[in-house]
Design a protein around this ligand. Structure first.
Ligand SMILES: Nc1ncnc2c1ncn2[C@@H]1O[C@H](COP(=O)(O)OP(=O)(O)OP(=O)(O)O)[C@@H](O)[C@H]1O
Ligand SMILES: [Mg+2]
Length: 446
């Protein structure tokens, strides 16, 4: 009996051995799987699993795991390669790149930016932008871009000899911002060194100014001599000698006219150089707008009546503007003489102005030949002439409107033109308004 019982017990034990061994193997496999998954999540993507014989479907699970691990490894390798390429590009760019998170702190900065601002990369990371850029305008523009997503670009002199163009590009970050109270934008800041351009521009402008100055005297001499010889011809009523020869007179007239044209060109170039040299600095005072318009009308009345053109001042409230009177007169002279030259006989040139809240918008309108649409954006460029023949005939050089643009910009205003070809043009500019008695005047908000 005893032997029988022992036999049964041993039998049961022998039957349990594979079950126990199987359960143990399963536990080890589960542990192995968990460990491998942890390894992957910790970044060790090269982990793989191998089954010892294919018991209980382990092989299928391990195979699926290995497939996943391989995919993860490849994706990560691809991403980190892309990241390395981008990092190399960023670090070797000459443009400074700074990435500001929506909380206003610096997330990334490249070597070029560190060099331009003379601040080591370590001193940027996670700092508030206003501790890095101690410039009020820039700080305000960054805050504006972070809050409202507004673009901004401006030139800044960082230090002597280093001028940079700073551009702010807002990037919408709402997609990854969970907290609704957060700012909605990250900001990419691009900093380009434009010192060399500015230096070359300065050199060019100095060169032009020097050449124009040198040319002034000989041109005046040529004009003077041509004028004297022409006078002599006119005085020579008997027609003795060379004087009175029609060919000679024609040549002298051409020399005189061309020297006048060159004199005007040199004068305009000097004017432009002067404006550039002062770098937009003017000495504005309170000026009665109508007085300046009257002076301009007076100066050009003779030319206008020769061409059968009438001047008209539209009724507008008297207003004082903040301007340099001589420069403002120059603006009117240039616009009015254009209006005369590019109009036909019998037409009218009208000056008027709209009084806005803080500005005055002045219009010089003509019903002349107008400007084609494609040229509207270019007429304020130097030497740009739409009507080349007409312009040359009037002694034009294409600098008049460039001067107007410079002067108005130096006063903090804007210029523009609306025109329909064949119907006429409306050249306008704005100036700061000074308070005068404007009771009863309503201000259009444009
Ligand atoms: N009122 C206008 N109507 C039509 N075209 C105009 C008018 N004003 C200017 N333009 C066009 O714009 C061009 C540029 O004008 P701008 O005054 O700069 O030069 P310009 O008159 O040719 O020469 P200048 O330097 O002597 O003034 C002109 O050549 C002309 O083609
Ligand atoms: Mg002109």
């Amino acid at each position: 009996m005893m032997i029988f019982l022992v036999g049964v017990f041993v039998g049961i034990l022998l039957m349990l051995v594979p079950v126990v061994l199987g359960a143990r193997r399963n536990r080890i496999s589960r542990l192995h799987l968990v460990e491998s998954m942890n390894a992957i999540s910790e970044g060790r993507h090269d982990v793989r699993m191998y089954a010892y014989r294919n018991r209980g479907g382990q092989g299928v699970i391990f195979h699926a795991f290995n497939h996943m691990a391989e995919h993860v490894e490849q994706t990560f390798a691809g991403l980190s390669q892309e990241r390395d390429i981008l990092r190399h590009i960023l670090q070797n760019m000459t443009t400074g790149v700074i990435y500001l998170r929506s909380d206003g702190q610096v997330q990334m900065v490249n070597d070029a930016a560190a060099r331009l601002f003379r601040r080591p990369v370590e001193q940027w990371q996670d700092r508030d932008h206003w501790t890095v850029f101690r410039n009020y305008n820039l700080g305000a523009a960054i805050d504006h871009a972070l809050l409202f997503g507004t673009d901004w670009a401006e030139e800044h002199v960082i230090r002597e000899g280093l001028t940079v163009l700073i551009r702010l590009v807002p990037i919408s970050s709402s997609a990854r911002t969970q907290n609704r109270n957060d700012h909605a934008h990250d900001v990419l800041m691009l900093v380009t060194d434009v010192s060399e351009w500015r230096r070359l521009e300065h050199m060019r402008s100095e060169f032009v100014a020097n050449v124009s100055h040198e040319l002034k005297t000989p041109i005046a001499a040529i004009r003077g001599f041509a004028e004297t010889l022409l006078d002599e011809d006119e005085g020579d009523t008997e027609g003795t000698g060379d004087a009175g020869n029609p060919m000679r007179r024609k040549f002298l007239r051409t020399i005189y006219d061309e020297s006048l044209r060159m004199g005007n060109l040199v004068q305009d170039l000097l004017e432009l150089s002067k404006l550039e040299a002062t770098d937009g600095r003017v000495d504005p005072v309170s000026v009665d707008l109508q007085t300046v318009v009257d002076r301009a009308f007076e100066r050009l009345r003779h030319t206008a009546s020769n061409r059968g053109v009438d001047f008209r001042l539209a009724s507008a409230p008297r207003v004082n503007v903040w301007a340099d009177p001589d420069m403002l007169l120059q603006v009117f002279l240039n616009l009015l003489s254009n209006a005369i030259h590019y109009s036909s006989e019998g037409s009218t040139v009208t000056v008027s102005w709209d009084v806005l809240i803080d500005r005055v918008k002045v219009h010089v309108r003509d019903n002349g030949i107008g400007i084609p649409k494609e040229s509207l954006g270019r007429v304020f460029e130097r030497f740009y002439r739409v009507h080349k023949d007409r312009s040359r005939a009037s002694g034009g050089t294409g600098l008049g409107l460039a001067i107007v643009k410079h002067i108005v910009a130096a006063h903090g205003g804007e210029v523009g033109v609306d025109s329909v070809e064949g119907e006429g043009s409306d050249f306008w500019f704005t100036l700061s308004r000074l308070d005068t008695n404007l009771a009863g005047v309503s201000f259009p908000l444009h």
